[in-house]
Structure formats: C-alpha cells, structure tokens
Design a protein around this ligand. Structure first.
Ligand code: PGA
Length: 249
C-alpha cells in the first residue's frame, strides 16, 4: 500500500511573517500522525523560517525548483545542497508554470531530477497536458513523452524514489478540476508507463499525486481512486483550514 502524500505548493505567495503564521496553523491543526506524508513547499525566502516552525514534527519541507548544476555563476538560482542545508527533503521539478514561463523542458527536468537525487532530495516531478492537447486527443502521447523524457537514464532504484504529479494544465488555478474518471485514467496510464519503462516494483511503488484545483470538496473522491496517491495543492494550500481539510479527507 502506497503512503498518501499531500504537498502544498505555495508558489510565489507569502512573506516570511505570513509563512510563519500559515505553517504554525497547519502544525497546530494536523491530526494524521504518520498515516500520510504532508509536505510544505514555500518560496525559497520562507524555507528557513518554515523549517523552524515544523522541526520535530512529521511535516516535510520542499523547494519549488532547483538548478541542475551543483554551484557556480548562475545568478538567481538555488542549488540542491542549499535546499538540503535549509532543511528540505523534497523539491518540485518541472511544474507547468516553470515549463510555460521559464522554458523548462523534459531535458532540463531530467538533469534537475538527477541532481536532486544525488543530493538526497526527493523530486516531485510534474507532468500534464494542456487543454488543446486534451481536445486533440493527445493526452496519452504527451504524458508518455514527458514521463520518458523526465526519467531518461534513471535506474529502477532511482525511479522508485520519485514522486510524480499529474497536473492537467487546464485544471491548474482555474477552478476546473479533472473529473475523477479523467484523473484516475491518467494516473493509471502513467503507472502502466512505469511498468513498461521499468517493472512491477517501480510501477507499484511510485506515488502519483493529482494536482489542479484540488479543494476540500473534491479531494476525498479523487484520493479514493486506486492510482491517485496524493495531491499537489496550490491555491487551497494557502489557507490553513482548507489545506487541513484536504489532508483530513
Ligand atoms: P492549484 O495549483 O491547486 O491552484 O490548481 C496546483 C499546482 O499548480 O500545483
């Protein structure tokens, strides 16, 4: 049985004071013990403050991006070692907003995954089709290209460490959530791809989160699907109560 994982992607929201308040409210309100993994992914400037709030709890911490090089002249970038030393165990890689606005590709995602894994960070790797691609019946082909490209060259052992997030681009921040059937079908397709690329152990082990307008009123149904192992939550993770309601659903 795969352990569920709910991660909050705060995106470019929350000053340090606001982040402290939100993290403290989540810490106070959480009632799941170690039944599920809960991860907060604040902006880089908040990571250290949030790490202090959640220390000695079971809440995990993640970055929202990293650079594939270890260090050097890359103004504005953050390395895997920096994330680790600031207390992160996870890092989101290849979010569709990064692909869309910052020209990330499956190839750069692949390099970032390798860097993250060698630094001991657990990548949360995002894939998903646009509305146009879904309408053109290209969803499966897009997912296949993305999953293959992102995981290229990874051993089965490395692939098993990854968390995938299926995030249909048309559902992100739009309030339009994929139907339970659409989401389950895409998750199952991704799991079958993992079987094709690796083996049953990897396919059974990798957790696949759903992301895209997950809210307390739809999370229970989504999370009840056999291949949906958690959520990557944007908007609803910015409010402690709605994030807690998703966790407890
Ligand atoms: P959303 O974002 O929950 O606001 O749709 C999800 C994500 O982008 O990870």
């Amino acid at each position: 049985m795969r352990k569920r994982i709910i991660a909050g992607n705060w995106k470019m929201n929350k000053t340090v004071d606001e982040a402290l308040e939100l993290a403290a409210a989540i810490k106070e309100g959480i009632k799941t013990g170690d039944k599920i993994d809960v991860v907060l992914c604040p902006p880089f400037t908040d990571v250290t403050a949030v790490a202090l709030v959640i220390q000695n709890t079971r809440i995990g911490l993640g970055g929202q991006n990293l650079h594939w090089e270890e260090k050097g002249a890359f103004t504005g970038e953050i390395s895997a070692a920096m994330l680790r030393s600031a207390g992160c165990e996870y890092v989101i890689i290849g979010h569709s907003e990064r692909r869309q606005y910052f020209h990330e590709t499956d190839e750069t995602v692949n390099r970032k995954i390798k860097t993250a894994l060698s630094a001991g960070l657990r990548p949360i790797v995002c894939v998903g089709e646009t509305l146009k691609e879904r309408e053109d019946n290209l969803t499966e082909r897009v997912l296949e290209t993305q999953v293959e490209g992102c995981l290229a060259g990874l051993t089965a052992g490395q692939a098993a460490e990854i968390i995938l997030a299926y995030e249909p681009v048309w559902a992100i921040g739009t309030g339009v959530v994929a139907t339970v059937e659409q989401a389950q079908a895409a998750h199952q397709y991704i799991r079958d791809l993992l079987f094709k690329l690796y083996d049953r152990t990897v396919a059974d082990r990798v957790r696949i989160q759903y992301g895209g307008s997950m809210k307390p009123d739809n999370s229970g149904q989504l999370l009840a699907q056999p291949d949906i192992d958690g959520g990557l939550v944007g908007g609803a993770s910015l409010d402690a109560q709605s994030f807690l309601d998703i966790i407890h659903s």
